[in-house]
Write a protein that binds this ligand. Structure first.
Ligand code: MG
Length: 433
């Protein structure tokens, strides 16, 4: 197997950058964002760092610095940050084959096989991602490229720390000498996955820089620490141990996806695929005794197809009420497909996600005085769902489905509902006795 290549990209002073988007007068000025209840500084710009402020400082202790330097102080606005985060991550997702949303302002990407793995072209790709994110979303970012996630994140840190790199550090482009130098001037606290306890223990052993850590004996780390730290050590040495996790955020969710045999460029085919997947996902949901509060869809073109344009969609939408009926959930998923489908792409894979699952008995309870009509509709659909299940149970399989599952021959012909082909496939040949 070939060595993977990872991208790490994150927003510079993300919360502050979000605030600056809508308050341009704050550009170039010191800005801090406070934790809930305005207690401590949780984010700050480089201008705020320059006047002596640090993350974690309680506001009341630094009032003087803030006033003397006219630092703009803002409460955290997670609704804003979440929405900007979504825009930023969707923009990145549209430019790379596989992406993991790691935190509100960070993503990992898989660049294996991209741009012929030519280091200079990968750096150029990272630059164009940064430019597009800045142009489309308005958030400045930095990026790192490396054969492991831990090194990619470290490279991103180098890119942030040393402006000479112009926002992107590509490990594959650094000479071994420069790699060593970068490691030698970087404290171990910058390594992803080294927590404060391990850091203190390592420092007590004289391991202060990334280079010190890289030069440690692996068996010593295993004996004195944990396999987790040993894994981090291997990652720093360039051996990839932490794979990309590209199943979208919420852990507690049901995911149904499948690749198409051939690419589909027809929206009806995607809608049909989503219907089929949703019917399966709803079965799992109901077996778990759950209802879903969020619906998601994903579909993308073939990432490995040479010189094909790449388009990927991973979108979630919260529902007004948690529910577990196939009609409501399929409609919500179809709305997402219609909103994000683009003409002219050959899609290779599609799927659905059900997230924010709650026990079914907590659903269909009015939460405000005005919900009762919507709840009545949902209750009616729940009865339809029960009838569908009863018929399928009685006659076996999927005798009753939504019509949209059949609305595209393109999809229905070669997926799930494809019947055997005894006249054209040897394997499907009818057998007597
Ligand atoms: Mg950041």
């Amino acid at each position: 197997m070939s060595t993977p290549i990872f991208l790490h990209l994150d927003g510079n002073s993300f919360y502050c950058s979000c605030e600056r988007l809508f308050r341009p007068e704050l550009r170039g000025k010191p800005v801090v964002v406070l934790s809930n209840n305005d207690g401590c500084i949780v984010a700050l710009t480089k201008e705020a760092k320059a006047v002596g402020l640090k993350r974690g400082m309680p506001l009341f202790k630094v009032k003087d610095i803030v006033e003397a330097n006219k630092v703009a102080v803002l409460s955290s606005n997670y609704e804003l940050y979440n929405s900007i985060s979504g825009r930023m991550q969707r923009t990145v997702a549209g430019m790379i084959p596989r992406m993991e949303s790691y935190s509100i302002d960070e993503v990992f990407g898989d660049l294996t096989g991209v741009e012929d793995e030519d280091p200079a072209r990968l750096t150029a790709l990272a630059q164009s991602i940064r430019q597009r994110v800045y142009k489309w979303v308005g958030i400045p970012t930095c990026a790192g490229i490396a054969p492991t996630k831990t090194l990619a994140k470290l490279c991103d840190h180098f890119a942030k720390t040393y402006p000479v790199f112009n926002g992107v550090v590509n490990w594959l482009e650094l000479t071994p000498e420069r790699q060593r130098k970068a490691m030698a001037i970087t404290p171990i606290k910058e390594i992803w996955g080294i927590g404060s306890r391990n850091r203190e223990r390592l420092e007590a052993m004289g391991v202060k820089t990334v280079l010190d850590f890289a030069r440690m004996d692996a068996s010593l780390i295993r004996r004195r620490f944990t396999v987790v730290l040993e894994r981090t050590h291997r990652e720093i040495l360039g051996v990839s141990c932490i794979p990309l996790e590209d199943h979208p955020q919420p852990r507690q969710q049901i995911v149904r996806t499948r690749s198409f045999d051939v690419t589909c460029s027809d929206m009806d085919a995607i809608l049909a695929a989503v219907s089929v997947h949703m019917a399966e996902a709803v079965n799992v949901l109901r077996k778990q005794g759950c209802a879903a509060k969020t619906v998601g869809v994903m579909f993308h073109t073939d990432p490995f197809k040479a010189n094909g344009r790449y388009h990927a969609v991973v979108e979630y939408r919260p529902l007004p009420h948690a529910c577990a009926d196939v009609i409501t959930l399929t409609r919500a998923a179809h709305d997402l497909v219609r909103a994000f489908f683009k003409e002219g792409y050959g899609y290779k894979k599609a799927g659905v996600m059900l997230a924010d699952l709650v026990p079914a008995e907590h659903s269909l309870v009015p939460t405000t005085l005005f919900d009762t009509d919507e709840i009545e509709v949902l209750k009616r659909r729940e009865r339809i769902q029960a009838s569908i299940e009863a018929l399928n149970e009685k006659f076996g399989g999927k005798v009753v489905t939504l019509a949209s599952a059949k609305c595209s021959a393109e999809w229905a012909m070669r997926r799930e509902y494809l019947s055997p082909c005894p006249t054209t496939k040897w394997d499907d040949l009818l057998k007597a006795n």
